[in-house]
Design a protein around this ligand. Sequence first.
Ligand code: FAD
Length: 474
Amino acid sequence: MSNLILFWHRRDLRLSDNIGLSKARERSPKIIGVFCLDPAILERDDIAPARVAYLLGCLEELEKNYRQKGSQLLIIRSNPSQTLVNLAGNLSAKAVFFNLDIEPYARQRDQQVIAALQTKGIEVETFWDQLLHAPGQVLTLSKSPYTVYTPFWKNWSQLAKASPKTLENLQGLDENEGEKLTETINLPTLENLGFTWQNPLPLAPGEKAAHSRLEEFCQGVINNYQEDRNFPAFDGTSRLSAALKFGAIGIRTIWTATLELLENCRAQEAKNSIITWQQELAWREFYQHCLYFFPELAVGAYRKEFRHFPWQDNEEHFQAWCQGKTGYPIVDAAMRQLNETGWMHNRCRMIVASFLTKDLIINWQKGEKYFMQKLFDGDLAANNGGWQWSASSGMDPKPLRIFNPASQTQKFDPEGEYIRQWLPELASVDTEYLVTGKIPRLERHRCGYPEPIVDHNQQQKEFKRLYSNQKPKQ
Ligand SMILES: Cc1cc2nc3c(=O)[nH]c(=O)nc-3n(C[C@H](O)[C@H](O)[C@H](O)COP(=O)(O)OP(=O)(O)OC[C@H]3O[C@@H](n4cnc5c(N)ncnc54)[C@H](O)[C@@H]3O)c2cc1C
């Protein structure tokens, strides 16, 4: 009987701190990695070129890391429930191991793959790896999933968390087995897959870059995170989101780093900052648990009031928002940052999402999709959670949050630094004009910068009126 285990990588593009892979290694040293470029994902119309560029970069490094450990990573490009199963059969694999995911598509696909493998008599073992606590481990006293973040955090933060493990050396395929590889391909380029992305990525792909970024962040930026994370002109956040989305770094590695910092930290301000960062990691887990237990979130509003909301969906306004031409400097700067880099600062994600839904009265799902088409860290659970929070359609005990673009700018970009960085045409405009948004008409004309496409005060009144008509009558 063969002792070969196929390890199917999905959102865990790394060798270290990988629960499923460590479990496979406990069973056998002969482990071959597999990654499937799934057309059902890559051919969707909400795939960001920057995200695919990051994915391919991670796979390139993973191939190298497998070789260094004595084994190999195989790449296939078709439906995994056929090709992965055929591959496992051709190689007479003893078992296929993989880590589970919370997304509705992945869960359904995995059921098909498991069934097909079992029909062939191939053992399947699955694990939870991408979260510190799997769905079902964090429940209310009545054993229900949480729908509010604060009590989730209180419970989640008290639970004991696993530590990361390193991986011993592996054994690869022998020559005979290598000849049976009919399904595998060389890792394609971005262009082979039909995408183009030329700008530098906000974080270099792969395990090594993610670890260096964590180290750098923990050596300095994290100590002022509580304050600095709000200012989009600062490098005040970790930028680890894509690494977390694709699992270029393990969540236990990140958590352990925060615990070590807390242990060695004396200043209360720095301690608060580290805890604030931990709370962001818990938001990530909260939204993943929500999507797991309420998969319908992926296709519509959580709150009834928003299921038939009379969105105005003006296409010209939507295009102006996408292109960063709304005439509201903070909104436009943020959208240009997204379009040019594939990343947007969290404060700005909240501002532009509020603007799209409350000022332009456009369905949040259009914004959600546009973000997925651009973000290098685009992630269904976090993106959907962020959009539903901003639209007031989601699990937020404080509905009807409306951000005022001018007061947000005055608080969080008081010198207009961020605006000037992303809207160079406004570089010479007075700070006072930039932060109030009250740029005189002639000045706008001189800079080639548009007039505001809507009036914030009027639109928020209109939004509230529409909303009050939707509320269930007592
Ligand atoms: C409308 C909207 C859409 C968003 N879309 C995404 C998305 O597609 N992918 C994504 O990873 N995040 C998304 N976020 C959350 C947040 O903006 C990003 O995680 C963050 O800006 C990434 O930068 P960072 O890695 O420097 O974050 P840091 O501030 O360093 O936070 C550390 C990590 O915590 C997690 N995190 C932080 N804030 C949140 C949050 N509010 N919700 C869930 N996880 C969080 C991320 O994994 C992040 O990398 C969205 C937020 C909003 C308001």
